[in-house]
Design a protein around this ligand. Sequence first.
Ligand code: THU
Length: 142
Amino acid sequence: MAAGTALDAAEVQALLDAARAARGRAHAPYSRFQVGAAVLDEQGRIHAGCNVENAAYPQGLCAEAGALAAMVLAGGRQARALAVVGPGPGWTTPCGGCRQKLREFAADDVPVLIADGQGVQARFTLGELLPHAFGPDHLGPG
Ligand code: THU
């Protein structure tokens, strides 16, 4: 990927493709609200996740959390971009908890693409979604 927040068209398409495919795997029998997410890591790899709900409702997992967990498992430690695909037509923006989870691995300028079956509907930076965030820097070197 190019420096800064620049994402090229191929990266955007790859993120959307991965998030859409993941959405198709969602386990959302309770809300019927299927979500897919994909994260681009510092090595240019893409990791996807879907929401996984649970009969004990609070135990459900968001798509973004799954994608970030897949990135970490694969050895990725920096998220360069995140895409979220919901049902549409409204925007499926990451929940507050997932914004904080992303902050662990992403700087303020990392783009978050909000998409549906039609394409990218909105684009934010993580800093816009989670201003004045508490992050790893607050704890200093471990
Ligand atoms: N959900 C996500 O997976 N990601 C989001 O960005 C918003 C919400 C899930 C959680 C739950 O399984 C369902 O969507 C309805 O809230």
